[in-house]
Design a protein around this ligand. Sequence first.
Ligand code: BGC
Length: 348
Amino acid sequence: MSVTKNVYGVLNGTSVHSFVIENKNGTRVQLLEKGATLDKLFIKNRDGELIDVIVGHDTLEGHVERGDYQGVVVGQYANRIKDGKFSVDGVEYSVTCNENGVTSLHGGGEYSSAIWNSEILGDNAVKFTYHSPDGTEGFPGNVDVSVVYELSEDNDLTLTYAATSDKKTIINLTNHAYFNLNGTGSGDILSHTMKINAKRYTPIDEISIPTGELASVAGTPFDFTEPKAIGRDIGADHLQLKNGNGYDHNFCIADYDGTLKEAAVAVADKSGISMTVKTTLPGIQLYTGNFLNGSVEGKNGIPMTQRCAFCLETQVFPDTPNHPLWPTCTYDAGEEYTSQTVFSFDII
Ligand code: BGC
């Protein structure tokens, strides 16, 4: 195993570093200080060729100017908060509404656009840390957050998150990588098979805010309890697929108890690469790149077209601060937030 550090680019006069972790299989993970980004993941396909399964940008300028959260760590609250409003102990907070001026999405982009501090740990891990001052984007608390990316010899990429605040606050952290397991630039992901370990999901209204229902997936296009092609039902006549413009929904992971559980398995038809996602969190967002429209160029100058990638974002349920019965996202002053997500890669 090895970790190497390089200068990736310069932003406002400051060098932004990249890190490459490599294992004995030749699997190579590239990470960036900007947004604590998962930037590249080269892995062998069934023919033994190394392909990059992360869709995104290949310049700092691309990440900063044209990014739609590709590969970044998102916080302080990943996904949406209705009207950007919530209460903690009776105190109402208003956070940045960066989606059409009405909804808070991905914490207003704070954590994902920050340049994080970095530290190499041993020969197979990198730790990123960030300090979010009290009130940034409207969120309470001085929050110290960290994420460690660790690659194993067995092609497990483990993300371990931790955060503490000096004031009671809400926290929901995720990684927003866009995957195409046939390789970036190889077309759409509709023929990947997907299995999601969830009997329920959180339906949304026409502006993607959860209705509050935990609906059964049975008999709907949202039933991924047995593996099926992502594209099989995506065009079905179903209100939720209209509301999300495709899949853009949180699934409630079965048997959630805070320990590491298998949440999803994706398998690519052409490369034979499979990815299993395990997490300690209660939810996972399947987003099928519905809002990519080819207007933004990604790696190698190839436009990022609709459904050229999917995201599996582990999280608490969207808008949890306004649904007190759902698994909590609220942490007392000094109480530690921790979560872990593992992406395991294999060939089938
Ligand atoms: C959201 C999508 C959004 C995407 C990029 C996902 O987490 O659910 O609606 O388009 O992030 O911002």
